[in-house]
Write a protein that binds this ligand. Structure first.
Ligand code: HXC
Length: 257
């Protein structure tokens, strides 16, 4: 399957999606959204895929939603458009997604990275929510996910001023999982993705679901979910295999059952 705005590849058990609108710094127009959702949900439906990497170019992960496409829209058109429901399908993937961010991750680009589970940043990465400079506010989760990642005061400063932060400030603030030299970004992303893809899928799905629940619920409810998800994994062959392999001092051979 070929796509208009992204490059999609399978490398072993890892699905790769590379944004490919260099002329617009990978700005997220409707076609990009449809392509990302189609490619990522196809990977999600494939049990030979254990992790997805989403990346952009050296210059930009994505410089935001496409301003030229949005500019003339009315409020009603925005609310009735596909943006919110379609991006939610990406956020709802059960497969872990690693955002490998180099260059600009602004507005919707930062928000897209925050829909992923792990954010690896090149030392050249720049994050920000500059929507306030356009007379609007974040619209793909920025005011909600950024606050949960970096806390109220850092999120408020970034969202109210539109200031960008560099990779090391983003790491200090808790927005990124790890900063790596730009030249190593894709290799590091591949290593992280392959590590995840080598685990048992049921446990990976359960771990991502538990983390998602933690973002959304009070502690008692999250703990209840975790307790049952943990116990349910004891009915898998892979739990028996994983623990036997530990005892026998060998690498587990998971079958995803
Ligand atoms: C459309 C964009 C774009 C965007 C860049 N381009 N960002 N087109 N939408 N978000 C285009 C430029 O118009 C230009 O094309 C080309 O990409 C290169 O950009 P330059 O501005 O010439 O590059 P540079 O001077 O290096 O500046 C890079 C930049 C700047 C700092 C990233 O492009 C910038 O500020 N972009 C906008 C960032 C932003 O405000 N993002 C938030 C969008 S709102 P041409 O053909 O003109 O040369 C948003 C809301 C999400 O994301 C919610 C949705 C529901």
């Amino acid at each position: 399957m070929t796509y208009e705005t992204i490059i999609v590849e399978t490398r072993g058990r890892v699905g790769w999606i590379t944004l490919n609108r260099p002329e617009a710094l990978n700005a997220l127009n409707t076609q990009v959204m449809l392509d990302i959702v189609a490619a990522s949900t196809a990977f999600d439906a494939d049990d030979t895929i254990g992790a997805i990497v989403l990346t952009g170019s050296e210059r930009a992960f994505a410089a935001g939603a496409d301003i030229k496409e949005m500019e003339s829209k009315s409020g009603l058109e925005m609310i009735m458009g596909e943006h919110f429901g379609q991006w939610q399908r990406f956020a709802d993937l059960r497969t872990p997604v690693i955002a490998a961010v180099s260059g600009y991750a602004l507005g919707g680009g930062c928000e897209l990275a925050m829909m992923c589970d792990i954010i690896l940043a090149a030392d050249t990465a720049k994050f920000g929510q500059p929507e306030i400079n356009l007379g609007v506010i974040p619209g793909m989760g920025g005011s909600q996910r950024l606050l949960r990642a970096v806390g109220y005061y850092k999120a408020a400063e970034l969202i109210l001023t539109g200031r960008m932060m560099d990779a090391s400030e983003a790491e200090r603030s808790g927005l990124v999982s790890r900063v790596v030299p730009a030249a190593d970004l894709l290799d590091e992303a591949a290593k992280v993705a392959e590590a995840i893809a080598s685990k048992s899928l049921p446990s990976v799905y359960a771990a991502k679901a538990a983390l998602d629940v933690a973002m959304e619920t009070p502690l008692a409810e999250g703990l209840r979910f975790e307790k049952h998800a943990f116990a349910a994994l004891f009915s898998t062959d892979d739990q028996k295999e994983g623990m036997a392999a530990f005892r026998e001092k060998r690498t587990p051979d998971f079958t995803n059952r």
